[in-house]
Design a protein around this ligand. Structure first.
Ligand SMILES: [Fe+2]
Length: 234
């Protein structure tokens, strides 16, 4: 399933069911299911060579992720989920479909768990210190874009160790993950705009390629008090 972006064709990195088998709520369903593809990640996209140079010189990366609708037993399909090291952040846009972003702050002890329900054109910033999982809770394809720093490697182990995020979202309920000793009450919130970073519903996320200094917070969150302290984000 290649993606045509501009004039280029991109090959996806495919995440398979068995890649995230430890994180699935319905273990009985998993036992009787073959290894199917779950989602497709197209990394490091750019429309032109000129854009590519700008993106690289700002140490950024633009990716697209496609998550087809599916239930894993009774649980909605989702990404593996990870944390970022050193307080790196990330920004997402829902290009198509509906996304539920599950954020959890802290690794050994969870301090905050948030679910952001986002729809087409919404922008969502992942604040420093929060692990994140993306859920497709609909019957439609979910297509996401993100800008992220090129300077870090995501950390998958903590979520794998706990067999998923703090909560599982199923077709009829949101279920607490018993593998965490203490889980704060889930805060369900709506996305907001961040005009100070050019992140409004009017723009396509890729357009920021013409204004990459607005995305400085992705490599230097410590210089942005609101981002760093999560004020006005969540
Ligand atoms: Fe991430």
């Amino acid at each position: 399933m290649d993606l045509i972006f501009g004039t280029k064709r991109y090959r996806p990195e495919i995440r398979m069911l068995y890649d995230i088998k430890d994180l699935i709520y319905c273990k009985d369903w998993l036992k009787k299911t073959e290894n199917i593809p779950l989602y497709y990640i197209y990394r490091d996209l750019s429309l032109t060579e000129h854009d590519r140079k700008k993106i690289l010189s700002n140490c950024l990366r633009y990716d697209i992720t496609i998550i087809p609708p599916r239930t894993l037993g009774i649980e909605y399909t989702k990404t593996a989920g990870h944390y970022h090291p050193h307080h790196y952040t990330e920004v997402y846009e829902v290009i198509e479909g509906e996304a539920h972003f599950l954020f959890q702050k802290g690794i050994d002890r969870l301090e905050d768990v948030v679910l952001i329900k986002a729809k087409e054109r919404d922008k969502v910033i992942i604040p420093p210190g929060y692990g994140h999982i993306t859920i497709n809770p609909s019957k439609n394809v979910l297509k996401l874009a993100n800008w992220v720093s090129r300077n870090f490697i995501a950390i998958y182990d903590p979520i794998k160790k706990r067999k998923g995020g703090a909560y599982y979202e199923t077709v009829d309920d949101i279920i607490r993950n018993e593998n965490y000793e203490e889980v704060p009450e889930l805060r369900v919130i709506k996305p907001r705009e961040y005009p100070e970073f050019g992140l409004t519903n009017r723009i396509d996320l890729y357009q920021l390629v013409n204004n990459l200094e607005l995305l400085k917070f992705l490599n230097h969150p410590e210089e942005f008090e609101d981002i760093y302290s999560f004020r006005s984000i969540l």
